[in-house]
Design a protein. Structure first.
Length: 189
């Protein structure tokens, strides 16, 4: 192998290894300390919504800085207000909050584009992840018929997803981190 080919191969390998999802943010971007306990710096929300005959409906996970979380269904009313129906909730431990921050950092949430995917004009189905003022929306998902949101995003990713900086995969990993930690028995009426 020539020296030039070896250097080129090395540079390509270095670029691949330094690509999105591997360089990672610093978890401290998402964490702070409050009374000796690690907490999130800002609330984290994951919102999956679809427009249909009933208007905009979907689900939302909300993780407060303290670790208290809620999973609710929502429906946007004609006047623009939202009706939330709580489904379940709980509290994440300090270790779980730290793991969640590491997931956000590892997938470089801070560098996700404001909008990604493909715009759909009829019955759009989107997922938005928001941490503080930073929001990233993945558009153009087909309707989901059960299963996790993360798995649905993975299955819906376009074939040329690698050319899209792995955005769909990064969304899926963050969604999985939230879904897997925010599980509890459903509330009984």
């Amino acid at each position: 192998m020539s020296t030039r080919r070896g250097i080129t191969t090395g540079l390509v390998l270095a670029a691949v290894l330094a690509g999105p999802g591997l360089a990672a943010d610093d978890p401290a971007t998402y964490l702070t300390e409050n009374e000796g306990r690690k907490v999130l710096k800002e609330p984290l929300t994951v919102r999956e919504g679809q427009v249909g005959i009933a208007g905009l409906t979907g689900t939302v996970w909300t993780v407060e800085p303290s670790g208290e979380w809620k999973y609710s269904r929502f429906r946007r009313n004609r006047d623009g207000s939202e009706h939330l129906t709580p489904i379940r909730g709980g509290t994440l431990s300090a270790a779980e909050l730290e793991d969640l921050a590491k997931s956000l950092a590892r997938r470089e949430f801070s560098t996700l584009p404001e909008k990604a995917g493909r715009e759909v004009k009829v019955n759009p189905h989107n997922v938005t992840i928001k941490f503080g003022k930073k929001a990233a929306t993945l558009e153009g998902l087909p309707p989901r018929r059960g299963g996790s949101v993360a798995e649905h995003v993975r299955k819906s990713a376009p074939q040329n997803e690698a050319a899209d900086s792995g955005v769909w995969n990064r969304f899926a990993h963050i969604l999985e981190a939230v879904e897997s930690r925010c599980r509890a028995p459903e509330k009984t009426p």
